[in-house]
Design a protein around this ligand. Structure first.
Ligand code: FEO
Length: 402
């Protein structure tokens, strides 16, 4: 069923209540998601994006209930990733010559995934326009690396809707369609989790791109992303959040992440948590046993933190796989200006803490010298080192002072 967005624009996407993972199993989903597609019915009828492959036939059947497919004059493909392009092949079987408006990189993506099928591509770049009638037009804006090389956004003049693609989205299924009607706690948590886990690797590009869009003086009244709720009341609030989040954001929080073999490293983790609370009662402290925690949710907590502590026992001259795997995910997210400490138990060779320190430094953290490295189980001498470690952890990062 199509849902009215504004003017002659409707949502015609797929509300994916059951989705549990995204990007394979790399991103956890607890509140469903949606693949948003939009139908513009002016003098010209334009479809903006489609849905993921498994839902392509539902999508096309639903679209047929709303319009004769032959009325579609153009399809805007803001992004080639399969969660938005997945219905194109089946749709173009029915309307084969329909022009597709997309970036040059999107042609590569689409032909790479679906083969060279002779689709009627019209390559566009920032500043190109497509009139849709009634005095309105589509303006295309390349969004390279937000979040893939082919991404773009499309602005509909008159109704002033920015179809922003993945940017400003959330993995959140809401029957209410609009952000102002959705559950605010879930909405903002999902918007942040999405930003941290999907967009933060490209955070350095975001302020420049937002400046570029601001310089276009687009009178944005609605932001219609490709996942989750549509922003129509104070649509620039999420834009401002992206600006804040992309500039070394942090709250007064310390997050402790660990795995443990015989509970010694766990005891140090808890001692660090206790010491943070003693030294800085207003600081929020969170502790995660990483082998039993959701890595995407933990990353969201790391993003909010001013400092972190990471612990693992030494295992086979390194650290436990749950921790090394998590470190491998941490590095490309490119967090900056956060302090970090390492801790852990060992029985024989004892390389674990050094491995953690090196891994944290490689991930861009300001690693402090203080550590708690405990032979067998932590004793009073080891616990006595915790306050000094925490004192250093709570200092401003040297980089944060710049
Ligand atoms: Fe929602 Fe980059 O796909």
């Amino acid at each position: 069923m199509k849902r009215h967005v504004k003017g002659n624009v409707s949502w015609v996407g797929y509300l994916d209540w059951e989705l549990e993972h995204f990007h394979g199993d790399d991103y956890s989903i607890y509140n469903g998601s949606s693949q948003n597609a939009y139908l513009i019915e002016e003098e010209k009828t334009v479809l903006v994006d489609t849905v993921w492959v498994p839902h392509r036939f539902d999508f096309i059947e639903n679209l047929k209930k709303e319009i004769d497919l032959k009325r579609i004059d153009a399809i805007v493909v803001n992004h080639g990733e399969t969660d938005h392009s997945g219905a194109l092949a089946a749709l173009l079987e029915e309307i084969p010559d329909t022009p597709l408006y997309c970036t040059a990189m999107a042609v590569k993506s689409l032909e790479g995934q679906y083969g060279k099928r002779g689709w009627n591509f019209h390559v566009v770049k920032t500043g190109d326009e497509l009139p849709v009638g009634h005095g309105k037009k589509l303006q295309f804006i390349e969004m390279r690396m937000l979040h893939w090389p082919d991404s773009m956004a499309t602005f509909l003049t008159g109704d002033n809707i920015l179809f922003s693609m993945d940017a400003f989205g959330q993995h959140y299924a809401t029957s209410e369609l609009f952000a102002d009607l959705a559950d605010q706690e879930i909405l903002w948590h999902e918007a942040l989790k999405y930003f941290v886990n999907i967009l933060h690797p490209f955070a350095a590009l975001i302020p420049r791109k937002l400046d570029e869009i601001a310089a276009m003086s687009l009178p944005i009244e609605v932001i219609a992303p490709s996942h989750g709720a549509v922003w129509r009341e104070q649509p620039l609030e999420i834009v401002q959040k992206y600006r804040e989040w992309s500039q070394t954001y942090q709250e007064d929080q310390v997050t402790i992440v660990y795995d443990t073999m015989w509970d010694g490293t766990k005891a140090i983790a808890h001692a660090i948590a206790e010491a943070v609370k003693q030294q800085s009662p207003s600081t929020v402290v969170k502790v995660f046993h990483i082998a039993k925690s959701d890595k995407n949710e933990v990353m969201t907590e790391i993003f909010k933190s001013r400092a972190i502590a990471l612990g693992s026992p030494t295992y086979l001259n390194g650290v436990l796989a749950s921790v090394s795997g998590w470190l491998a995910f941490l590095k490309p997210l490119k967090f900056k200006k956060k302090r970090a400490a390492a801790f852990g138990c060992y029985g024989w060779s004892g390389e674990g803490v050094k491995v953690l320190q090196d891994g944290l430094a490689a991930a861009g953290f300001d690693v402090i010298d203080e550590q708690v490295k405990s032979l067998w189980n932590p004793d009073e001498n080891d616990f006595a080192k915790v306050p000094e470690l925490v004192k250093s952890l709570l200092e401003d990062s040297p980089a944060a002072k710049q």
